[in-house]
Ligand binder design. Structure first.
Ligand SMILES: [Zn+2]
Length: 322
């Protein structure tokens, strides 16, 4: 089920309000509003208290919860295997206070997917990403007016191409990134043609200000205007350290770089859930809450011809094995 269009949403809101009214008149019991649905393999539930819970495998579409003031907290279930978060999926959820993303895969971030605060909003305090890796795709992150914590706890290092990552932060944020993450400076472009100087200027401004996501558009428009271009330097990659991080993060941020870490697991089991808990407390464990769980589900098959699998299945197997 796709999320419905605004106007149909309004109609269904009115309808459900009428239903609630008639429900009241019959029973006098309070009904709790809740929305749930799914996009292919990914499902969501928005509770009464504004908690948006995401679970499943696959892609969160563009604009999924764009500008949704009902959302107060975004949580991904720890069996999530999300491969991408669409453009502006959670943008301008201005009442949201925290976002916790979990995935067993590398998560690709769509354009401005987490721009949660506009200038009038002072709510979003923490963003945490626990995943195999993150592909930022020249995403720009801005207007995080009160963000205190930004955690990228990923197994793979992350490439940051932007120096405007947390523009507009009003407090001193604590930022955590994986070891060997890099600052990427894009290759330098030289334009030629009648209007070359105009586009050259735009390009230099974009790089200088970290608007790396503009570059593709600048190239396209230059070409439409009869310009050609060449790269006169390769992209540059530098490991992020305590000395150079202010090129991607504000200099008033405290940066924690996750060090090399060896999990020290102890295992426990309860009903159908096996938990591996890491007791290495060096502060570098990339697992959410220092643990990972594996849930065994019984076979779905009941009759020989019901088309269901005779096999038991696992939830969380990938992260348990990694
Ligand atoms: Zn660990």
């Amino acid at each position: 089920m796709q999320r419905t269009h605004k106007s149909t949403k309004l109609i269904s809101l009115v309808l459900s309000f009428m239903m609630v009214l008639s429900f009241f008149s019959i029973t006098g019991v309070t009904a709790y509003a809740q929305e749930s649905g799914n996009w292919d393999g990914v499902s969501y539930t928005l509770d009464d208290d504004g908690t948006l819970t995401i679970s499943g495998t696959g892609v969160i579409p563009d604009n999924a919860f764009y500008n949704d003031s009902r959302v107060k907290k975004i949580v991904f279930n720890d069996d999530c295997d999300i491969t991408s978060i669409g453009a502006q999926a959670f943008s301008l959820c201005n009442n949201c206070t925290s976002i916790e993303i979990y995935s067993q895969s590398v998560v690709e971030f769509g354009k401005e997917c987490l721009v949660c605060n506009d200038e009038n909003n002072k709510n979003l305090k923490s963003i945490a990403v626990y995943a195999k890796g993150v592909k930022l795709n020249n995403n720009r992150f801005y207007s995080f007016g009160v963000l205190e914590t930004l955690i990228f706890s990923t197994e793979e290092p992350i490439d940051f191409t932007l120096n405007e990552f947390v523009y507009g932060m009003a407090v001193s944020p604590n930022i955590t990134i994986p070891l060997d993450s890099r600052i990427v400076t894009p290759g330098h472009i030289v334009f030629s043609g009648d209007k070359a100087s105009e586009y050259q200027q735009l390009f230099e401004t974009a790089v200088e200000n970290g608007y790396i996501d503009w570059i593709d558009n600048i190239i396209e428009e230059a070409q439409n205007d009869g310009c050609t271009y060449i790269y006169d330097s390769e992209p540059k990659y530098e490991i992020i350290t305590q000395q150079n991080y202010e090129r991607v993060f504000p200099k008033y941020a405290t940066l924690n770089i996750l060090g090399p870490h060896t999990h020290s697991f102890s295992y426990s089991a309860s009903a159908s859930t096996i938990t591996a808990e890491c007791s290495n407390s060096d502060g570098n464990c990339t697992l959410q809450n220092n643990k990972v769980t594996l849930i065994i589900k019984k076979p779905q098959k009941i009759k020989f011809d019901d088309g269901q699998s005779p096999l038991a299945s696992f939830t969380g197997l990938n992260s348990f094995n990694s």
